[in-house]
Ligand binder design. Structure first.
Ligand SMILES: Nc1ncnc2c1ncn2[C@@H]1O[C@H](COP(=O)(O)OP(=O)(O)OP(=O)(O)O)[C@@H](O)[C@H]1O
Ligand SMILES: [Mg+2]
Length: 336
């Protein structure tokens, strides 16, 4: 029988699945609602997202991944099962081997959580690889070449920077500063500057509409509704793109320092090569206008921004599933 290998990217915000012949078959918010009495899945993906915070006591509606790690095993495992079932990935006669992307530094507890969630969903076997390596393969960097590449991914929950060469991650670092942190920075900025309290989803909307990492890029204004921090009364005010840019600047500085430090800590011989190659910027937050330019100014390195940054990891998992030789060392699969 032909090898049946699928890819799974369990992101903080989105789960994506790749399957042979068909490519990306699922792109869904990482969320599930479970009935705690029957352990049945009540809702998955977007529908479950809408239920968060609004469910009766016996329904657990969560986003089970935070900062790239499974934080609620029960919900995560039911969710993966639900996604596999919805796409009929496991049948009585055919169970897939699954390649899963995960943050580079994964402790044993989180590693087991990922493996067990996938095996419980019916997989035949599971292998974990660094998501940042998959992203590099997805961006079609020549990961097997002895030349060193620098890749920076800024997703929803984590930013990761890595030096990749000869089929391996040479050095990598993870920072819990990404899309969610940008939203939190917007929330606290508006609170401190205008005494305006808004929620995280309003901050996300502001970021998408007005957000820019380039102070010269003016994206106008937007009226946002919140509460006054002192009187607690409802209040609306027009927020400027410049406010959003200023709010996000410290987080963007931190991402720039992450990339710089990975270069500085990599073997010395590679430093010049890396400066020559520049940074490949990917992950959903790479869609923030001006981010490539800002990071280039802050690091002094050339930055290439991905064309399709949200799918880099899953595309890479698909490439690795079809061409295992893209990995410097053979994958080790754990079986049920
Ligand atoms: N146009 C945009 N401007 C700014 N941010 C954006 C834009 N589009 C998407 N994002 C951000 O991208 C993030 C999602 O990216 P992505 O899908 O790579 O995350 P993820 O894989 O679920 O998370 P992670 O890899 O961190 O676990 C969200 O925080 C979202 O706000
Ligand atoms: Mg991701």
């Amino acid at each position: 029988m032909m090898n049946y290998v699928i890819g799974l990217d369990l992101g903080t915000h989105y789960t994506r699945i790749w399957k042979p012949e068909e490519g990306i078959v699922l792109r869904c918010p990482t969320a599930a609602a479970i009935d705690s009495r029957t352990h049945h899945v009540v809702a998955l993906g977007s529908e479950a997202c809408r239920m968060i915070g609004k469910t009766p006591e016996h329904i657990l509606a969560y986003r089970p991944v935070a900062e790239g790690l499974i934080t609620d095993f029960e919900v995560a495992s039911r969710m993966v099962t639900g996604f596999f079932d919805a796409k009929r990935l496991c049948t009585l006669f055919r169970r897939p081997a699954v390649i899963v992307a995960a943050p580079y530094y994964l402790d044993q507890v989180h590693q087991l959580a990922v493996e067990n969630a996938v095996l419980e969903a019916g997989a035949r076997s599971v292998a974990i690889i660094p998501g940042i390596y998959a992203a590099a393969a997805g961006e079609r960097l020549d990961v097997r070449s002895p030349r060193a590449h620098l890749i920076l991914s800024v997703g929803g929950g984590v930013a990761e920077a890595a030096v990749i060469s000869s089929g391996n991650v040479i050095h990598a670092k993870t920072l819990r500063v990404a899309g969610d942190r940008l939203n939190m920075a917007i929330v606290s900025y508006l609170k401190n500057r205008y005494r305006l309290l808004i929620g995280e989803s309003a901050a996300e909307a502001l970021k998408l509409k007005l957000g820019t990492a380039d102070p010269k890029l003016d994206r106008g204004q937007m009226v946002v509704r919140g509460r006054n921090a002192i009187s607690k009364l409802a209040e609306s005010r027009a927020v400027d793109a410049r406010d959003i840019c200023e709010a996000m600047t410290p987080a963007i500085d931190a991402v720039a320092r992450l990339a710089e430090s990975v270069v500085q800590e990599a073997p010395h011989e590679l430093e010049r090569e890396l400066y020559g190659m520049g940074i490949m910027l990917t992950g959903g937050s790479a869609l923030l206008p001006g981010l490539g330019k800002a990071l280039s100014q802050k690091t002094g390195m050339r930055v290439v921004v991905s064309q399709n940054p949200q799918d880099a990891v899953i595309q890479g998992l698909g490439r690795i599933a079809s061409h295992p030789e893209l990995m410097g060392e053979p994958l080790t699969f754990r079986r049920r």
